[in-house]
Structures are given as C-alpha cells and as structure tokens.
Ligand binder design. Structure first.
Ligand SMILES: Cc1cc2nc3c(=O)[nH]c(=O)nc-3n(C[C@H](O)[C@H](O)[C@H](O)COP(=O)(O)OP(=O)(O)OC[C@H]3O[C@@H](n4cnc5c(N)ncnc54)[C@H](O)[C@@H]3O)c2cc1C
Length: 424
C-alpha cells in the first residue's frame, strides 16, 4: 500500500505510528508545508523563554522518519486532491498517487475583523517560524511595549514567552475573561490575578483598535480555525472542520483525516465539534493509521481537556462545565484583589449533572486527576456517590473493580502521548 499524509505534526505522527503497527512495508510519504522536522507545537513558547531549543523541541527523534520507512517532503504544500484519480498535487508541480490518504493539515490563526489592523505589521503565534520571527523582533526592539489581541491560550502563552524579553505587555480581548474556552469565570479570575501579579495588564470586554494604544510590537492571537482548503477540493463533508467518524474516516473510503482540521463526536456530549488539542490529534491520527493499513481501530470520541501552565501556575481541565458545582480550594473571589497572595491559591471544581461527572477544573491541585478524567470520558454513573466523598476521597478503591481495571488499562496504553494523560 502507498500512503500519503498531508501535514507533519501530531496527527501525522499518530498516523505514521498507527500504520506501522499494522503494515511494516508500505511506502509512507509525508508532505509538510513547514520546513522543519516534526516538533511539539505547544513548546514554541518555551523556545522564546530559552527553556528549550530546536533539538529538544522535536516531537520524535531525528531518525524517526528513517526508522519508520517514511519519506518526508518538507517545506512544500499540497495544493489539490483529485479524489477520482487518487492523486495529490504539490505546489512544486509534483503529482503523487495514493492508495490511502490522511489529511492532517491542522489549524491556522484566526484573525477577526479588528478596526485599523491593516495599518500595522503584526505577529501571529502558532508555528516555530512565528516564534523565531517574534524572537528576532524582540531582540531588535529593546524594552518593547507589546500589545496582544486575544486572552485565550495562545495569547497568554505568547505573553509568557516574551515576558522577559520586553518591558510591558497589555492583553486585550472582547471576552469578559481570560481563557474563556477553557475556564469558568471564577477560575479565570484566579489566572488573571496571577498574571497581573507578574505585571501583565488586561483590558477585557473591550472592542478596541490598535489605534487606541501605543506599542512597539503587535501580536494577534485571537484563536484558530481548521485548515480545510485541500479537503474542500476533494468534495469531503466539511462543517467547521472536515467531518470524520470514530474510525477517523471521511465520506471517501480512501481518505482519512485527523487532528485540528477535523470535526468529530465529543466523548462528553456526543455532539459534533472541533477539539483542537494535541492528545486528540495524536489519537485520531493513530486511529486513522491503523484503519488505513487494514487494521481495526476506533477512538472513543474527542475529549475536551487541557493541561497547561502560566508562570508556574498549572491548570488541568476536562469536559464541560454544566450542572451542580462541587468546589474546594483556597481561592475565593475576594482573593482576586490581593495580588500578593493569589499565586499561592488553589482551586478544584467538579461539575455533576444527570448522575455523571461532566467536567472539572483543577488549578495547582491534581490529586486523582486521572480517575476524574476517566469518569468524564466514560460517562460513568456516579449517582450513588456522595458529593463530599467524590471530591475529597475519589481514590481508585472507591469505585467498582470493572472501572478500576479500565483506568489501569488506559494508563498503560496511553502513556507518552501527552503529559496531561499521564496523570492517571
Ligand atoms: C502556542 C500553542 C500552545 C499550545 N498548547 C497546547 C497545550 O498546552 N495542550 C494541548 O493539548 N494543545 C496545545 N496546543 C494545540 C496543539 O498544538 C494542537 O492541537 C496540535 O498541534 C494539533 O496537531 P495537528 O497535527 O492536528 O495540526 P498542526 O499542529 O496544526 O499541524 C498541521 C501541519 O500541517 C501543515 N499543513 C497545513 N496545510 C498543509 C498543506 N496544504 N500541505 C502541507 N502541509 C500543510 C501545517 O503547516 C502544519 O505544520 C497549542 C498550540 C499552540 C499554537
């Protein structure tokens, strides 16, 4: 079999490793627009902070492609899929036939209409290339004042990355809180206060233009949007992302898709949606690879979860925040104004609805996180459990044997994909 993979990131690596679990012989060609060996995208902020370098950012070792019998065409984009002829055309004019195709094109920065933006040069913060450009800029402009549009994950990671390289950072957003897609209002207030204690300024609920500020460097980090251009040409079903089933199949039997470019079923709600996080990309890619090679694999639905930290404060979240809230921790709304003590605060929240744990938010308190993750993912019935016991003492022994066995099995099979999953 002749496999072609478009994209060269987490979902592509999952695809390669999935294929090789079934087929050791078939030719795998990867077409990657970026001119690099595969790297951990979340690490670009650590590069600017000086905590890592290009070598240590590699998502797989230098001999990964060779060891897996792959040809990597890097620095070249795929421009068209001809699903009838089963070929992929590249921007350099090459046309590649495929037996099975995996689209792993990820996401692009989403830049909304911002008044006056067209007058300014601005940076985005998604790729190693973006990080290197921002590094060069912050080297060139001493004591820069930086304006960041976007108080989501990428905007705040950008702020953390350049913090020691610039003199002032202001983050603006139309939303009324930081990390609105990851945190509820209270946990968001804790993270905002923690960042303010480091001197980062915020202007939220703000419909503003860059014209309203004085700055030396402008960054636009207002979210991501699935990259679906080549899939559109191939006539695949596309909503917000390329639609895939639990086998990572598209509607075309020879074409699979995985990662941030896709829309799939949520493990928590059962509804279709985009889940742009790294563990999801890898697992969908691995599932695709196994099936492309003639094996049989299903992923158990995309799971919204995040393991992320800012200036030493760590956040772990999963699922959705609906239903009754069970809470512990030292953070209360009143602490938000006391910036000297807020960084030491912890917060642990569980959200329970219809007899199940729907989601959680943990800040600097991760006890039993793996068990809670499994309860959310597997939609376990916890209606017989007392709320206090659930939040205070949810050790494995607290649950039936069948559940304990499943948690342990998952721990063994998923280790190494992503740090957040290793908390099991
Ligand atoms: C700053 C930052 C921090 C993050 N932190 C976290 C985190 O803490 N936890 C977490 O879970 N996730 C995090 N993410 C998200 C995570 O990086 C993504 O979910 C993950 O990288 C998705 O992998 P992917 O393979 O689907 O796509 P991507 O990583 O987006 O890669 C897709 C690749 O395909 C290439 N491509 C696109 N179109 C073409 C084409 N036509 N031809 C050839 N190549 C093409 C692109 O250039 C790109 O290299 C972060 C992302 C950023 C930017």
């Amino acid at each position: 079999m002749n496999y072609v993979i478009i994209g060269n990131s987490a979902a592509a690596v999952g695809g390669i490793e999935g294929i090789r679990r079934v087929d050791r012989e078939g030719l795998i060609t990867i077409v990657g627009e970026e001119p690099y060996h595969v790297y951990g995208r979340p690490l670009i902020s650590y590069l600017l902070e000086g905590k890592t370098d290009a070598e240590r950012m590699k998502y797989r070792p230098g001999d990964f492609y060779e060891k897996n019998g792959c040809e990597l065409k890097k620095g070249v984009a795929a421009v068209k899929i001809d699903a009838k002829k089963k070929t992929v055309a590249l921007e350099n004019g090459e046309v590649m036939p495929y037996g099975r195709l995996l689209i792993a094109t990820g996401a692009r920065p989403f830049v909304p209409r911002i008044r006056g933006l067209e007058k300014y040069e601005y940076h985005t913060f998604m790729t190693l290339g973006d990080a290197l450009k921002l590094k060069a800029k912050t080297d060139a402009v001493k004591n820069a004042k930086v304006l960041i549009f976007g108080a989501g994950l990428i905007g705040l990671k950008c702020a953390e990355a350049i913090y020691k390289r610039v003199s002032e950072i202001t983050v603006v957003d139309m939303a009324d809180r930081v990390l609105p897609s990851i945190l509820d209002a209270e946990s968001s207030a804790l993270i905002k206060a923690h960042l303010e204690s480091r001197g980062i300024k915020f202007l939220l609920s703000a419909d503003v233009s860059p014209d309203d500020f004085q700055f030396d460097i402008l960054c636009v980090c207002t979210g991501v949007t699935p990259e679906t251009a080549v899939a559109k040409d191939a006539g695949l079903e596309i909503g917000r992302g390329i639609f895939i089933d639990k086998n990572s199949r598209t509607g075309d039997p020879y074409i699979y898709a995985a990662g941030d470019c896709t829309e799939s079923f949520s493990a928590v709600t059962g509804r279709r949606g985009v889940t742009p996080i790294l563990p999801n990309a890898y697992i969908q890619g691995e599932t695709a690879g196994i099936n492309m090679a003639g094996g049989s694999a299903e992923y158990d639905g995309a799971m919204p979860m995040n393991a992320i930290g800012f200036f030493g404060k760590h956040i772990l979240t999963a699922g959705i925040y609906e239903g009754e809230e069970i809470k512990r921790g030292s953070f209360a709304a009143a602490s938000a104004s006391d910036l000297s003590s807020v960084s030491a605060c912890t917060l642990k929240k569980l959200f329970v609805k219809d007899g199940g744990l729907k989601g959680f938010i943990f800040i600097d308190d991760f006890k039993r996180a793996g068990i809670y993750t499994a309860l959310v993912r597997e939609r376990r019935d916890i209606s017989g459990l007392d709320a206090d016991a659930l939040i205070e003492n949810a050790g494995l022994n607290f649950y039936p044997k069948e559940f304990r066995d499943e948690v342990l099995k998952r721990r063994e099979s998923r280790q190494g994909i992503y740090a957040g999953e290793n908390l099991l």
